[in-house]
Design a protein around this ligand. Structure first.
Ligand SMILES: Cc1cc2nc3c(=O)[nH]c(=O)nc-3n(C[C@H](O)[C@H](O)[C@H](O)COP(=O)(O)O)c2cc1C
Length: 405
């Protein structure tokens, strides 16, 4: 089906090993009806020939900033502005760094600096390059400016190492381009409410009790739901990483505050995902002044009281909403997750071990098992948080059809 008919795509290919997959992407975009104009870096031509793209797209691939156009137009400005989307696949660590810092020293980087169309980036690189603070900082800079990422997945890389860095599957890349250009993602017209991060329960104005939730899983879910066309509201506790662009963010500090915001927003939500780590207990005191050592002496026994249960409260309030919880556990993972699923009246729970390598708070990957009310269980293995987010959303959509039948 020609879903991209009438759409013009500037397709940028930089010099990574995954450039060989770009031919497949170009071919699929053309088959979907798009008018595809390829721009390559000089290094990309070491991995794939321009003739391949010429044959697949019917348009001459560009590399040269100073190549003159027959109509007198300036190539990098036309390619940057007269298109519906700019896709970079693969995006090297180098091109991410250039984009983040406004370096424009060849045709591809110059057109990115002149871009007025939305930009979708599919990075691919060695795991060490991906993990380097320089690369991660550049990604954060770009995300904060509204650039959308199609995150790399985990796997065995061309260099022989295993880890995150493999370019997303061409099929996923085409789906993201199509969703963006046609606004027809499978969550289009759905409202998704997601709690994210750690809560802070105050002892006094300067001290609090919190936990190590990073917010990465919740933000991956928010990003995935956004990319699939949903209207996303994130109720954000404490996180050190910024929320994804294009979602509505409502801050909440304490469990009581988070519950209040959830109550306010739940009415319109089709899906509620509790990915935050709300504290189970809060100090019974909440002193208005800084507690002094001279007040408490050498030993201070702190009394804690249970916080309100956000998931249990919301699941009673919203029987039409599909409700998903997370169980992050250090022991008896499946039994604890099952108990939480039933006690809180959830439709589904995502169980993940906290102490396993590559899972839990702060990691970029997660090892999850999905559990359902009817006793079914689906282990998903180790996935990047973004891939897991998409698997969770795929499953929610299938389960929602069942629930409403
Ligand atoms: C065999 C080979 C494979 C490479 N694969 C990657 C890669 O997957 N990702 C990446 O960021 N850089 C990769 N590089 C390094 C880039 O080619 C290099 O950083 C180059 O300067 C990128 O230029 P460009 O961003 O202008 O295309 C590779 C280099 C070689 C020689």
């Amino acid at each position: 089906m020609e879903t991209l008919s009438g759409k013009k795509i500037t397709f940028c290919v930089s010099g990574g090993i995954a450039a060989y997959k770009s031919a497949d992407i170009a071919s699929r975009l053309v088959k979907s009806g798009a008018d595809v104009h390829v721009v390559m870096t000089r290094h990309a031509t070491e991995f794939i020939g321009a003739a391949t793209f010429q044959a697949l797209t019917g348009n001459k691939p560009r590399m040269d900033l100073f190549e003159s156009e027959s109509d007198g137009s300036i190539t990098h400005i036309t390619l940057a502005q007269e298109c519906d989307v700019i896709l970079i696949a693969p995006a090297t660590a180098n091109i991410l760094a250039k984009m983040a810092h406004g370096i424009a020293d060849d045709l591809l980087s110059s057109l990115l600096l002149a871009a007025s169309a939305p930009v979708l980036v599919a990075p691919a690189m060695n795991t060490f390059m991906w993990d380097k603070p320089a690369t991660q900082d550049n990604i954060r800079i770009l995300q904060n400016r509204g650039i959308s990422f199609i995150n790399p997945v985990s796997g065995i890389l061309a260099c022989g190492t295993e880890g995150v860095g493999k370019m997303a599957d061409p099929e996923d890349i085409i789906r993201r381009v199509t969703n963006l250009l046609t606004q027809t993602g499978d969550l289009c017209k759905r409202e998704v409410l997601i709690t994210v991060g750690a809560t802070r329960e105050h002892l006094d104005p300067v001290r609090f009790i919190s936990n190590r939730s990073s917010g990465k899983m919740g933000f991956a879910l928010a990003e995935a739901a956004r990319d699939r066309g949903a209207k996303v509201t994130v109720i954000k506790g404490y996180t050190e990483i910024p929320p994804p662009y294009g979602v509505n963010v409502v801050p909440a500090e304490t469990v009581e505050g988070m519950l209040e915001v959830c109550r306010f927003h739940i009415g319109n939500a089709d899906i509620f995902i509790s990915a935050a780590a709300p504290a189970d207990y809060m100090p019974s005191i909440g002193a208005a002044h800084k507690i002094k050592k001279s007040e408490m002496g050498e030993r201070w026994t702190l009394e804690m009281v249970a916080t309100p249960d956000i998931l249990a409260t919301i699941s009673v309030l919203a029987d039409k909403t599909f409700i998903v919880g997370f169980a992050a556990e250090t022991e008896n993972l499946i039994d604890n997750a099952k108990a939480k699923l039933y006690a809180k009246g959830l439709d589904m729970i995502v169980a993940n071990p906290l102490l396993e390598e590559g899972s839990g708070f702060g990691a970029d990957t997660n090892i999850a098992t999905l559990l359902f009310k009817d006793g079914r269980m689906e282990p998903l293995g180790k996935l990047t948080k973004r891939s897991l987010a998409d698997r969770i959303l795929d499953t929610i959509l299938m389960e929602m059809v069942e629930k409403h039948n």
